[in-house]
Design a protein around this ligand. Structure first.
Ligand code: NDP
Ligand code: MG
Length: 384
């Protein structure tokens, strides 16, 4: 039985991963991790019997330990616990579905221990892509994409490794505000931004989809995963979310992966790669679908996408600044402390003052994150 660890098991990707595990019946979960949702984590522990479970929040971890005292599971907490869970000795693969760059250390720790990574946590690759791709080569471990677009590209490239790629066509739904102009976005509320047209996901990525920062992060993610310059990664708005991404080869052939929007497919593909398993659910019905449409992204309105290209082209610590500013701003927006347009403005302001470090170490990446947060807190106070 293949043994796996799931970091972020109580979230949108984590719970869907456990659905895939449940449906297949031949994967063994040896480690689980969450931030604080111990009610759900306890249920997962009782159903899947992992050897180790991490709750990032210390008090919640103590509470969980009491609740599962009848079971042979080791309960750990904090970053140390997250790293220990990521390195659970018997696991072959670690699925990383925590949200944000807090994923850097556990992801790298899992790779150090020789484990393959099924990667949903794109913020980790965006900020530490140079370190992670090098570590993957050094340790001979795989990074299997879970993000639907990157899984699509990965599926298309299967068996095409030697063939030159001329463009990656990364599809985007355009989010809930597609077609609006900047002025119409000034007063949008959290509830409006949380209404995604095609996917049900965690709150942070749903806001990222509304700003199109998500697509910006994905452009950088594609650059690292497939080793292509960002000038060859093009975003195509495909509002029906049926084409999950495409690759254009040197001869002009364009190959795509299509399907209904269902994250269980890329999750399952990463868990069983290169094997395809049966997956329940709706199949595409082209006559019911009628048409597939395409648009150019509006980077004037959705500044976050444009800024991502700039950050990715410059590289070094600038993608960390982009990401850290976005993480800070999205949390403030969700708390109703700043407006929707302030998200991209915060990213731009933080990028403008940063002096780029060419090949940042993990410590420098985390230090840059702290500096960005401090800068944005301070400039927020000056405005107030
Ligand atoms: P959710 O917010 O739904 O879930 C996040 C998970 O991470 C929860 O289990 C949460 O625990 C846990 N978590 C957060 N912080 C920590 C921490 N410090 N230590 C341990 N666990 C932690 O997010 P999603 O599932 O939507 O997204 C996860 C990642 O996958 C993100 O990087 C996102 O961009 C990416 N992704 C998601 C997609 C989707 O469809 N949802 C699609 C493509 C990519 P708790 O419940 O206790 O808070
Ligand atoms: Mg995606």
């Amino acid at each position: 039985m293949k043994k796996i660890v799931i970091l972020g098991s109580t979230g949108s990707i984590g719970t869907q991963t456990l659905e895939v595990v449940r449906a297949n019946g031949d994967l063994q979960v040896t480690g689980l991790a969450a931030s604080s949702n111990i009610a759900l984590l306890e249920k997962q522990i009782r159903e899947f019997s992992p050897r180790i479970a991490c709750v990032f929040e210390k008090q919640a971890a103590r509470d969980l330990a009491v609740r599962v005292a009848d079971l042979p599971v080791q309960v750990v907490s904090g970053m140390e616990g997250l790293v220990e869970t990521a390195q659970e000795p018997s696991a072959e693969l670690v699925l990383t579905a925590v949200v944000g760059m807090v994923g850097i250390r556990p992801t790298m720790a899992a790779m150090e221990a020789g484990k393959d990574i099924a990667l949903a946590n794109k913020e980790t690759l965006v900020t530490a892509g140079h370190l992670i791709t090098e570590l993957a080569r050094e340790k001979g471990v795989r990074i299997l994409p879970v993000d639907s677009e990157h899984s699509a590209i990965f599926q298309v490239l299967h068996g095409e490794r030697e063939n030159p790629v001329s463009r990656i066509l990364l599809t985007a739904s355009g989010g809930p505000f597609r077609g609006r102009i900047r002025e119409q976005l000034r007063d949008v509320q959290v509830e409006d931004a949380l209404k995604h047209p095609s996917w049900t996901m965690g709150r942070k990525i749903t806001i990222d989809s509304a700003t199109m920062v998500n697509k910006g992060l994905e452009v950088m993610e594609a650059g690292w995963l497939f080793g292509v310059p960002l000038s060859q990664v093009e975003v195509v708005v495909q509002p029906q979310s049926v084409i999950h991404s495409m690759v254009e080869f040197a001869d002009g052939a364009v190959l795509a992966q299509l399907g209904t929007p269902d994250m269980r497919l890329p999750i399952q593909y990463a868990l069983y790669y290169p094997e395809r398993r049966y997956l329940s659910g709706e199949r595409l019905d082209f006559s019911a679908l009628g048409q597939l449409t395409f648009e150019k992204p509006d980077m004037g309105t959705f500044r976050g996408l444009e800024l991502a290209y700039q950050a990715g082209a410059m590289g070094g610590s600038l993608p960390t600044v982009f990401n850290a500013a976005n993480e800070w701003a999205v949390a403030r927006f969700l708390n109703r402390e700043i407006g929707f347009l302030d998200i991209a403005d915060s990213i731009e302001a933080a990028m403008n003052v940063h002096r780029v470090i060419p090949h940042p170490s993990v410590e420098q990446i985390l230090e840059t994150e702290r500096e960005v947060r401090e800068f944005l807190e301070e400039s927020g106070k000056r405005k107030a």
